[in-house]
Design a protein around this ligand. Structure first.
Ligand code: AMP
Ligand code: GLY
Length: 426
């Protein structure tokens, strides 16, 4: 393979984990992270650049000899960064790892994603897309469903666009509010879905558009409180592997979801060279798709990267050059877990700027910074999710015990974490 100078876009724990893995490659000349966080300079150089400012990203890439751009979060992909590079002869030699704008609709529009799944016979909940014009039809559809009711803003809503309502009355009110602009333009169309009951997991696929590799499966924990209670967060922890996602379940995932998804992308000429995140629910041992994302998950990446044996840069070069099938990847048999340390008050209002101590204490864990910042006084908190503490173990409990022991050593005013990550898995 060739040597690469990589520009990684993003600033969270996911990007820290991608940076950690990329930095292990013998073929990495230099890694830039834009904008990065208080921990990413362990792996490369932070660059003060907005991932959504495509002209600035292109200028930086050209003047610094960047040979690959890895996109961590969905916004630049949905906004078309792939096409921006592919369509300009001055920069089209720099591959962007991710889908085209058309492919990114799988995450950017829930209505598009549902239509795609229908067209390609991919198992998912029954639904109806509603806009202001057919609100009556929407109410009829709600009437035909059983409680609880699932309403989804069609467009990106920073992970907050899904409402689950316990009664029909609340669902009808919420539908009207959403269509009335509750999430701005994102909820001008609302997807109403049948509620599925089961346990969820996240499956990640890396594809060059034709061949693919299925990465280690993970389960994340979204709620702030133990026992999965309270408000949704960006993610409080993750476990990989997932006990119920056994060989037979994963075979169904591959046959019923991964292959038809790739076939559908090809049939619809949706250029896709990057990560596909399948948010799945296990309904009586059958996988169904809750959502597609067009990037890796956060915090799943902070566990999944630990279990990839192989050179991530080599895999990504395979994606860029349509030769992924010739690149090697193995999966580490050990467990990997991540536990997120968050700021007091999160996901509501929280304070920033709290000094973090204990970061240099030796431990058996890997610290992936998320919301942190370097200051002359040291590393301080700069976000709701502060640091993901990841560990290996021969069992889930052994890995978790390591992360918890590390968390004991790290402190900042108001530190909070969930002690029950993995509680619902064997
Ligand atoms: P999403 O943003 O699509 O991942 O939805 C957020 C969360 O809402 C999911 O992780 C599920 O826990 C839940 N959810 C979404 N759709 C459904 C559904 N059809 N049935 C049950 N739960 C759902
Ligand atoms: N952990 C879920 C997500 O990244 O969307």
């Amino acid at each position: 393979m060739s040597k690469h100078t990589v520009l990684l876009l993003g600033s969270g724990g996911r990007e820290s984990a991608l940076a950690w893995k990329l930095a292990q490659s013998d073929n990495l000349i230099k890694l830039y992270i834009a904008p990065g966080n208080g921990g990413t300079e362990q792996y490369g150089e932070n660059v003060n650049l907005s991932p959504l400012d495509f002209p600035a990203v292109a200028d930086f890439a050209l003047s610094n000899g960047v040979t690959m751009i890895v996109v961590g979060n969905e916004d630049p992909l949905v906004a078309g960064i792939y096409d921006y590079f592919a369509g300009d002869e001055k920069i089209c030699h720099i591959p962007v790892i991710g889908p085209s704008k058309a492919g990114a609709q799988l995450e950017g529009s829930k209505d598009f994603a549902k239509g795609f799944m229908m067209r390609h016979n991919i198992p998912t909940a029954r639904y109806l897309s509603v806009s202001a014009e057919n609100i009556e039809e929407g109410i009829d559809f709600l009437n035909s469903l059983r409680a609880p009711y699932v309403l989804k803003a069609d467009g990106l809503a920073a992970g907050k666009g899904v409402l689950i309502l316990p009664t029909l009355e609340e669902a009808v009110d919420a539908l009207k509010e959403m269509l009335g602009g509750m999430f701005g333009k994102s909820s001008a169309t609302v997807v109403i879905e049948e509620f599925l009951s089961g346990i969820e997991c996240s499956v990640f696929v890396l594809t060059d558009g034709v061949s693919y590799k299925i990465l280690p499966v993970a389960k994340d924990y979204k709620r702030i409180g133990e026992g999965d209670k309270g408000l949704n967060t960006g993610g409080m922890g993750a476990v990989s592997p997932v006990s119920f996602a056994d060989v037979s379940f994963m075979k169904k995932v591959e046959e019923r979801i991964v292959l038809p998804t790739l076939k559908g992308l090809n049939e619809e000429k949706l250029t896709y060279k990057g990560f596909i995140f399948l948010g799945l629910i296990n309904v009586d041992n059958d996988p169904m798709v809750i959502e597609y994302n067009v990037r890796m998950g956060d915090p799943e990446t902070e566990a999944v990267m630990l279990r990839i044996n192989g050179d991530l840069l080599d895999l990504l070069e395979g994606v860029a050059s349509s030769s992924l099938d010739s690149r090697k990847m193995a999966i580490d048999e050990r467990y990997a877990v991540t536990v997120m340390m968050v700021s007091a008050g999160y996901p509501g209002a929280y304070e920033k700027g709290k000094l973090i101590s204990g970061l240099d204490v030796p431990s058996e864990s890997i610290l992936f910074h998320a919301g942190t910042k370097q200051t002359p006084d040291g590393v301080v908190t700069a976000g709701g999710r502060v640091i993901a503490v990841s560990s290996y173990g021969n069992s889930k409990d052994e890995a978790l015990a390591r992360s918890f022991a590390t968390i004991e050593q790290i402190d900042f005013d108001g530190k909070y974490f969930r002690r029950d990550i993995g509680f619902d898995l064997d």
